[in-house]
Design a protein around this ligand. Structure first.
Ligand SMILES: Cc1cc2nc3c(=O)[nH]c(=O)nc-3n(C[C@H](O)[C@H](O)[C@H](O)COP(=O)(O)OP(=O)(O)OC[C@H]3O[C@@H](n4cnc5c(N)ncnc54)[C@H](O)[C@@H]3O)c2cc1C
Length: 256
């Protein structure tokens, strides 16, 4: 049975794009289908958030030849400080004492996306359909048949293997009737950048609070990525606060 591709990857986010990059220069003919242009401000995967990646993820990106382009937009995590609000005791981790160059890195999601897309677009064995949406999927024992909507026109392509990498709320998963178990923590993480008065010294802080974890992660230009977890029914209150009000709550929660 002949197929248009060996593998069709639905979704060009971090998971789909990393898989495609890992398969570049292989003998496999690959299609990546992504709904939103990487240059769009509304791109769901590659916006201006700082992503914390582990040392092993950095090593994977290095092996894929991507790290050299991402590295100038990254900041190493050299120390980690974990604490529990209203309790004594804390845990400290240190890159030097663990004989590693860094415990992880903060990278700009947009730059990660740029590095993925450059590699995908340059790879001769990868066809990148974007912006293009998968609207229907059919699976048989030998083949996957995928309907792709490009500029309002439906095109059907087939492959031996279909990879659903279209995110946590995967429509492909739903179309195939694959069940997922979801647990709602009733928490919302507010993510932003803050500029501390003192240098962050490449230290990542994680603090467990009554409403969930609070993280301050060392970013480039001495900024810190803030991940502030609050009860879901209070999120709007925090989002409506003015800057000083928000910083006051943050200082109180983080501890001076
Ligand atoms: C605010 C925030 C902060 C985060 N911080 C971190 C962090 O610090 N460290 C970390 O490791 N992780 C972090 N994460 C999680 C991380 O971003 C996700 O785990 C990761 O993006 C998941 O990648 P993915 O490729 O599975 O899905 P996504 O990034 O959601 O990508 C799915 C892609 O599929 C496309 N798509 C969807 N439907 C279709 C369709 N029908 N046809 C074609 N394309 C389609 C979408 O446009 C999208 O580009 C964070 C997430 C958020 C929201």
């Amino acid at each position: 049975m002949s197929h248009d591709f060996d593998i069709i990857i639905v979704g060009g986010g971090a998971v789909g794009a990393a898989l495609a990059c890992a398969l570049k220069n292989s003998k496999l003919k690959i299609a990546v289908i992504e709904a939103v242009s990487p240059k769009a401000d509304i791109q769901p995967s590659y916006d201006d958030r700082g992503l914390s990646i582990s040392l092993s993820s950095k090593n994977i990106l290095d092996n894929l030849g991507l790290w050299q382009n991402i590295s100038p937009h990254s900041n190493p995590i050299k120390h980690i400080h974990v604490s529990d609000q209203h309790h004594f005791g804390f845990v400290r981790m240190d890159a030097e004492s663990m004989n590693v160059s860094a415990l992880g890195y903060i990278v700009l999601a947009r730059e990660l996306g740029k590095a993925f897309m450059q590699t995908i677009e340059a790879a001769e064995n990868i066809s990148f359909f974007c912006p293009a949406s998968v609207t229907a999927v059919e699976i048989s024992a030998l083949s996957a048949s995928v309907t792709v909507n490009i500029d309002g026109v439906d095109k059907i392509i087939s492959s031996k293997l279909l990879v659903a990498a279209d995110g946590a709320e995967s429509r492909t998963r739903d179309m195939l009737g694959i069940k997922a178990s979801v647990e709602d923590y009733q928490q919302v993480a507010i993510v932003s950048n803050v500029l501390p008065q003192r240098p962050h010294l490449n230290t990542a802080y994680e603090r467990f609070t009554e409403t969930g974890p609070l993280a301050l992660l060392p970013h480039s230009q001495q900024r810190c990525v803030l991940v502030f977890t609050v009860a879901a029914n209070e999120a709007e209150k925090y989002l409506q606060m003015d800057e000083q009000g928000f910083l006051d709550v943050l200082l109180e929660r983080f501890g001076r």
